[in-house]
Design a protein around this ligand. Sequence first.
Ligand SMILES: *[C@@H]1O[C@H](CO)[C@@H](O)[C@H](O)[C@H]1NC(C)=O
Ligand SMILES: *[C@@H]1O[C@H](CO)[C@@H](O)[C@H](O)[C@H]1NC(C)=O
Ligand SMILES: *[C@@H]1O[C@H](CO)[C@@H](O)[C@H](O)[C@H]1NC(C)=O
Length: 150
Amino acid sequence: MYKCVVLLVLVTLQGSVIWSACDVCQSNGAACINQTSYNLCFGSSMPNTAQNFTCTDGLVCTDQPIICFQRSETPASCGDTDSCGQCAPNYVFACTSRSTFAFCFGSTKPTNVTGSCPAGYFCDASTQEICVIKTTDDSIICHLDEPSVV
Ligand SMILES: *[C@@H]1O[C@H](CO)[C@@H](O)[C@H](O)[C@H]1NC(C)=O
Ligand SMILES: *[C@@H]1O[C@H](CO)[C@@H](O)[C@H](O)[C@H]1NC(C)=O
Ligand SMILES: *[C@@H]1O[C@H](CO)[C@@H](O)[C@H](O)[C@H]1NC(C)=O
């Protein structure tokens, strides 16, 4: 019985990856301004905007304890949403949020045939697999928590 409870908790934790948004104080004490820059919160719930910090080359602002993390390991907490709902470059599907997608069926506009990635996966418009666990340098991620209205 005890083992079952532990297992359940583990499974639940794994499925509850909480993605943050721009300008929101995260558990690591940083609020991402955009994909590569952040403000510190200094224990407050509001970002301190007096100083802007920028991650070093190749790193992006994340909710990981070390704040700036390799882009290939963790998608940025916040960033541009230019690719959201865009069928290009594959015209097969468009990511409508970090974890949802809509099929394009060769069109430039997504259709209303939509789907969700399994827990722990996110939508990557650069890959035929649609939903992936790890990003790559070429990843095209839609930085939205909720599906964009298309
Ligand atoms: C991110 O924000 C910082 C601070 O405002 C700015 O200097 C930088 O150009 C921005 N980067 C991008 C990719 O928008
Ligand atoms: C930080 O970045 C924001 C947004 O780009 C900008 O408006 C602000 O002036 C910057 N602050 C400092 C201290 O550079
Ligand atoms: C999708 O759009 C088509 C055509 O407009 C419509 O007939 C269909 O009911 C819609 N399906 C859903 C799931 O909204």
